[in-house]
Every structure is written in structure tokens, then in C-alpha cells.
Unconditional design. Structure first.
Length: 486
């Protein structure tokens, strides 16, 4: 059987090892972490409970590989990345199967968002790196962009491959070497991706993977003085603590953190019904476990009932069920901890006085961490359910009186990651969108552009991912005072 057609079972031995210095090797710890299928409660795989020693070995390998890799011509790095993409694409069916099993992602969503969209992102980086200006001549100097060094990439459980792609691919293309620490909850597709790098022929030490807990392996990455930069995606609380560790040795930091994103329906909109699918795709798909989820819907107070009717009418189009059923659009949340968190917020919303329009407190789980899509209405923006990231399929409908009120409500949050503004014309919606304090704003259901920068304001993070801006995050500037002339 060719490597390109290996079933998931044949990758299983890789799950129980670390990838260090070009080889799959045992951890220095004899302990393992069980990986649970959130739809069945089955423990179906295990990964090493990685140690600080594993991290140090990986960092040493990355540091040894750095001089040669940073000196490798850009076109050679791009060619290796193209080979990686070929191997990565060949694993498509295995990736879809594993995303359904380790995350609980419905197979249709796993195929589109967790898999195919990531191939688009990789191809975009390969193209966009040609647009990065690595050397600029000034009258008396030359300014060059160089790799930062060894990059510690710490990624979350909600988009197991997407967040790795956003970090590892641009870091490697710009000449850095990488130590990756994926989430302990959804680490398996990370192993497949790492194997694709190996098969593509990336030099030993350029990419390393250490599985384990954030409290041990992740913390050690932040502490290790040979790591030049930490790129982290996760909660704001964890990001702050990790940054404090990283700054003890003055590391570069890139943080993609939480959000409480507003969707503003302007009074000029004639019919709310066509706007609902894009909103629901944001807050309901991936079971609401998306940092950019449009979790606050702002509607004109005089049309609140009309908006509520539009939401309720579309909800049957988002059935909850078995992730492996192609008809399912919403699977379970990823873990018991996440189920309990979402349940507490739903209970809190009721106690705060918000009205339940749909869904409600989930039943005690029998098989799978399932939460029904829940819509609260008559929500005030000072309620905790409107201020805090729930990370579940929970939508807050907030009425407003004027457009100025809507802008004020949209901006009344510590976060600023994502937003959407919908109006009768793009010009009208764009005018309001420019007043929203957010790193990303969609206008009238505009599509995502992978070449645009992605990142947030305020508590939503530091730095940008995506396109040439995301590539430049992994470079640093050097000025050579050389008496050069134009």
C-alpha cells in the first residue's frame, strides 16, 4: 500500500510518539494522555504526556537546524512547501475522519473548513511569500528582513489544523524553525500534518512536534531561552500567563485570543431572513467553538420580533446529531469541560433575565457532549453572557435604538476580533463598519480573503496571521549602514 493511501489505523503508531529532529521517537515520559471522542465518550487513541525534557530536545534540534534552513533560498523553501501540500492533500479522508472523532466536527464541516480550506491557506502562503520585501535599499542603508529564529507554536483544540497552518507554514517559509505543541484534546491531525512535512523532505530539525499538556510542555516552550518567539492561539487568560513567562527572556509574542463579536443588522435592511444563514454559520457551525463567532446580534428595537421570527424559522436547518452523519450540521462540544462551561453560561443567562427564544439548558448527557443551539433575546450588553466568551452555540440578541447606539454596544467589550455589519447598501454598511473597533469586519456577507491579515484589537490579541502580513510576523528587521545609493 502506498503512503498516500494509508488508513487512519496505520497512522496510529505515530500518535504515541514525538517528532524530534526528523524522526518519530518515544517521549522521555512513560505516561500517556487519552484522547476522547466527544460524540461517544470512547477513548480511541493516546498521545505522550510530553515533558520539559522533550521540549528541550526539540528546541535543541530546531536551533541546530536554524542556520542552514534560514540560509536556504526562498524558492527552495517554497518548493518543499509545495511537496508538503501534495502529501497533506493525500491525507484528506483520514483528516476528515479524525476531525469527526477527536473534535466531534460533522464530516461535512470537517471536509470544508477543517480540511479543504486549510489547503487553500497553505497555497496562499506559498504564493504570498513572493510579495514580501526581504531587502530594501535606502540612500545610506539597506534594510533586510531576517527570520526570528526558533518559533514555539502552541495551538488550540477548536481548529486543530487551521491554527497550525496559520503558524507553522509562514514560519517555515520565512526561514524559521519550529517546535509545535498542539492541544492535548485534539492532537491527532497534527501528527498527520507533521508526517506530511517529513514525507516532503523537510530537513531534520526544521519542524518538531511535542504532544503533551500546556501546563508542562507549553510552559517549557515559553521558558526555554533558545526559543525566540511564541505564537499562541487560545483563551485570553492563558495567553496573558504564557506571555508573562515568555517575556522573562524577552521573546517575541504573537497572540490570537478570544472574541465576543457583534453582528449589526442596520434599520435599512428590508428582510432579515437572507442574513440568518451567514450568522448561524458563524455561531452554530463548529458548535460555536470559534473565536470569531458572531455571538452578539444587534437589531433595531422596533423590529425585534421580526428578527426573532427569522432566527427561529432557520434553526431547523441546523440539526444536531452524529458527526459522521452527512446530514448533521452541529455535533457535540469538544469535551466535558466545555459542555459544563456552556451549560453554566446558559443557566447564567436565564438567571440574568435574558429570555430563551430557542434551546435552553442541555439535558444530562448520555452519549456525547451535546448542547442544543440556544438563542437568548432581550439581552442587555452588560450581562455576562453578552460580555464573556461562551465558546458554544449560544447567540445573544441585543436590541438597539439608533445606529450610534448599535456602534456603542458593538464596541462595549474588551474584545475586538471580528464583526459583521449588514445594510441595504455596501456603502452604508461600510461606513458603520469603519466605526467598529475590530481587527476584522465583514460587510454584507462578504467572503473571507485568506490574503488579508487576521487578528484582533484589545483583549483579542497581538499581531496578525494570514497573507503577507502573517508572514512578516515571523521576520525581524536589520539595518545595514553601508553608504548604498538608490
Amino acid at each position: 500500500m502506498s503512503e498516500a493511501n494509508m488508513p487512519v489505523a496505520d497512522f496510529t503508531p505515530l500518535f504515541e510518539k514525538q517528532f524530534i529532529d526528523g524522526e518519530w521517537v518515544p517521549s522521555t515520559s512513560p505516561d500517556f494522555i487519552e484522547v476522547e471522542n466527544p460524540a461517544t465518550f470512547e477513548h480511541f487513541a493516546r498521545i505522550p504526556d510530553g515533558t520539559p525534557e522533550d521540549i528541550d530536545l526539540a528546541v535543541e534540534a530546531a536551533a541546530r537546524a536554524l542556520p542552514a534552513w534560514s540560509a536556504t533560498p526562498l524558492e527552495a523553501r517554497r518548493e518543499l512547501m509545495r511537496k508538503f501540500l501534495e502529501h497533506f492533500r493525500s491525507m484528506r479522508e483520514e483528516i476528515i475522519e479524525l476531525e469527526a472523532e477527536e473534535l466531534g466536527a460533522p464530516v461535512s464541516f470537517a471536509a470544508n473548513s477543517h480540511c479543504d480550506y486549510q489547503y487553500v491557506r497553505v497555497a496562499s502562503y506559498i504564493d504570498e511569500v513572493k510579495q514580501v520585501v526581504f531587502e530594501t535599499r535606502f540612500p545610506a542603508s539597506t534594510v533586510i528582513r531576517e527570520p526570528v529564529g526558533v518559533i514555539g507554536c502552541i495551538t488550540p483544540w477548536n481548529y486543530p489544523l487551521g491554527q497550525i497552518v496559520q503558524k507553522v507554514v509562514p514560519a517555515l517559509l520565512t526561514g524559521n524553525t519550529v517546535v509545535l505543541k498542539p492541544s492535548q484534546s485534539t492532537p491527532l491531525t497534527a501528527c498527520l500534518m507533521t508526517e506530511a512535512f517529513r514525507r516532503a523532505g523537510f530537513p531534520k530539525g526544521t519542524i518538531n512536534l511535542v504532544s503533551g499538556r500546556g501546563s508542562k510542555a507549553g510552559a517549557r516552550l515559553a521558558e526555554n531561552r533558545k526559543v525566540a518567539m511564541i505564537s499562541f492561539t487560545g483563551s485570553t487568560e492563558v495567553g496573558i500567563k504564557l506571555s508573562q513567562k515568555a517575556l522573562e527572556s524577552v521573546k517575541r509574542i504573537s497572540l490570537e485570543l478570544g472574541g465576543k463579536s457583534p453582528c449589526v443588522w442596520l434599520p435599512s435592511v428590508k428582510d432579515f431572513a437572507p442574513l440568518v444563514p451567514q450568522l448561524f454559520n458563524s455561531i452554530m457551525l463548529n458548535t460555536g467553538q470559534t473565536c470569531t463567532a458572531l455571538s452578539r446580534l444587534l437589531v433595531p428595537r422596533s423590529r425585534l420580533a421580526e428578527a426573532e421570527a427569522a432566527l427561529v424559522a432557520k434553526l431547523p436547518d441546523y440539526p444536531v446529531g452524529d458527526p459522521k452523519d452527512p446530514k448533521t450540521r452541529i455535533g457535540p462540544v469538544a469535551s466535558k469541560a466545555q459542555y459544563e462551561t456552556v451549560k453554566r453560561y446558559i443557566e447564567l443567562g436565564i438567571s440574568e433575565g435574558a429570555r430563551v427564544l430557542a434551546g435552553g439548558v442541555p439535558d444530562e448527557p448520555v452519549k456525547g457532549w451535546y448542547v442544543k443551539p440556544t438563542i437568548f433575546t432581550d439581552v442587555r450588553n452588560d450581562m455576562r453572557i453578552a460580555q464573556e466568551e461562551i465558546f458554544g452555540p449560544v447567540l445573544c440578541v441585543i436590541p438597539y435604538d439608533t445606529v450610534d447606539d448599535a456602534v456603542a454596544i458593538a464596541n462595549d467589550t474588551p474584545y475586538g476580533l471580528n464583526a459583521m455589519v449588514c445594510g441595504m447598501s455596501e456603502a452604508e454598511a461600510s461606513k458603520v463598519a469603519r466605526r467598529i473597533n475590530s481587527g476584522n469586519v465583514y460587510i454584507n456577507n462578504g467572503p473571507r480573503d485568506v490574503t488579508a491579515p487576521f487578528g484582533g484589537y484589545g483583549a483579542s490579541g497581538i499581531g496578525r496571521e494570514g497573507g503577507r502580513y502573517g508572514l512578516m510576523e515571523f521576520t525581524q528587521l536589520k539595518a545595514l549602514f553601508d553608504h548604498s545609493t538608490y
